[in-house]
Design a protein around this ligand. Structure first.
Ligand code: URA
Length: 442
């Protein structure tokens, strides 16, 4: 005799540290989507998973059930090898913007489905929407055309891509169950598997501005995601990268687009260029395209040309001025020394307070809001030198943002003449972590 499955039995078993089988997981995800399992019950199950975790076979079944809740896109007719990148989210993380056109400029196809920011982490779609006319909604015909030429798009996932994740993510967000390794891994990988790419490079962020603040947790998340991808037949590798301080100088929406364009034109902050090139090298290698120096297409204009075509094909005007903030304020160093900390979380919260991020999914963002970071860990500063510029369309968030930023930085008393970390001698202190902390391939 087969007993009917019930949410209560499943929640109880998970609460008590037991293991769920494939049938139970597939049933509960499908019943939740159909409205047969209530939000309260799913919340209880998510909290039980948050505390007791999931083993490999449960995460695998949970991911497969979320993929099966929608459609898997078929990119089969694309003439180029498809490869995507996904970041677990950080502060100033604009890497997708220069990366997709850079990788496409070498002959790969990048079918990037991106998300919006929530809380202190930015969202790629929010950033790109500060370009006048740019549209994140593409149908499958447009996607196919763009993968052929210019070879990339950055778009919102259609409602068919892992709809269970959409519903579960909204519930996790309001029940404090986001930062769980099995739930993050299955959420990200269900969308990437459904997107139909052949290969995927993960940028797993680690540090105060990331979901994973500890290196062991970031490594465990990376391993889980690589395994899930491999099980689904994708080629996957992961870089674990530093998110203790913001990436680049610009944190916000339009300002991050501006900084990405600098990178695409062969300039921009060193860390943004370094990470863009490291991820491009990984992606091209998985796509079977052998390139010694991915940075060459940033310097020779080919990546920028691809960007222009991609933005135009998505309705945007790549040459139009980006929105400009009506209000600004600058905060200055109060002593001489070497910057020893610029805390990513605090800077992200400041940008959010200024209007760059949203509190609820339905909120809109201020394209002009953000923070420009003038001095980064390892930089020597003198008293009175600008540390941050705050930008917004409205004055209402300035006090809260100043409070976050006032607590975000520290200056150590070394001589202002101490060499910077990248030119550092053995005797000089190092205040910045390596940008690329580790690489995980299995
Ligand atoms: N990004 C996702 O898509 N899902 C998560 O759970 C966390 C980050």
């Amino acid at each position: 005799m087969t007993l009917a499955l019930t949410a209560i039995d499943i929640i109880r078993r998970k609460r008590d540290g037991g293991t769920l089988n494939d049938t139970e997981i597939s049933w509960i995800i499908s019943a939740y989507i159909k409205g047969q399992v209530a939000d309260e019950q799913m919340s209880a199950l998510l909290m039980a998973i948050f505390f007791t975790g999931m083993n490999d076979s449960e995460v695998h079944a949970w991911t497969s059930a979320m993929v099966a809740s929608g459609k898997t896109m078929n990119l089969g007719k694309v003439s180029r090898p498809t490869v995507d990148k996904h970041s677990t989210g950080g502060v100033g993380d604009k890497i997708s913007l220069p990366l997709a056109p850079l990788v496409a400029s070498f002959g790969a196809a990048v079918p990037q489905l991106s998300g919006r920011g929530l809380g202190h982490t930015g969202g790629t779609l929010d950033k790109l929407e500060s370009i006048p006319g740019w549209n994140c909604h593409l149908d499958s015909k447009q996607m196919g055309e763009l993968l052929h030429d210019p070879g990339c798009y950055i778009a919102a996932p259609s409602t068919d891509v892992a709809p269970a994740d959409k519903k579960l993510y909204a519930l996790r967000d309001i029940t404090c169950t986001v930062d769980s390794i099995p739930l993050i891994a299955s959420s990200i990988m269900s969308k990437k598997i459904a997107e139909g790419t052949d290969a995927l490079v993960l940028d797993v962020k680690c540090g105060s501005g990331a979901f994973m603040t500890k290196r062991e947790d970031a490594t465990s998340l990376a391993r889980t995601m690589v395994q899930l991808g491999n099980d689904a037949g994708l080629k996957v590798s992961a870089l674990i990268t530093d998110m203790s301080s913001p990436l680049g100088n610009a944190v916000g929406n339009a300002v991050e687009v501006g900084e990405s364009i600098e990178v695409l034109q062969g300039a921009g902050p060193d860390d943004v260029v370094e990470l863009t090139c490291a991820l491009a090298a990984e992606m091209l290698s998985l796509a079977g395209i052998d390139i010694d120096d991915p940075g060459k297409n940033l310097r020779n204009g080919k990546a920028y040309d691809t960007w222009v075509k991609m933005v135009q094909a998505q309705g945007g005007n790549p040459f139009a001025p980006l929105p400009h903030a009506r209000h600004s304020d600058t905060m200055y160093a109060n002593s001489h020394g070497t910057v020893s900390q610029v805390d990513a979380l605090r800077v992200g919260l400041a940008a959010w307070r200024l209007g760059a991020g949203r509190t609820r999914k339905e909120d809109s963002v201020d394209p002009c809001a953000g923070v420009i970071v003038h001095a980064r860990p390892g930089d020597n500063v003198t008293k009175g030198q600008p540390l941050f510029t705050l930008l917004s369309s409205s004055e209402s968030g300035f006090d809260a943002a100043r409070y976050e930023l006032a607590n975000s930085w520290q200056i150590a008393k070394e001589s202002p003449n101490t060499p910077l970390p990248h030119t550092k001698t053995d005797a000089s202190p190092s205040y910045s972590l390596p940008l690329i902390i580790d690489r995980v391939t299995s």
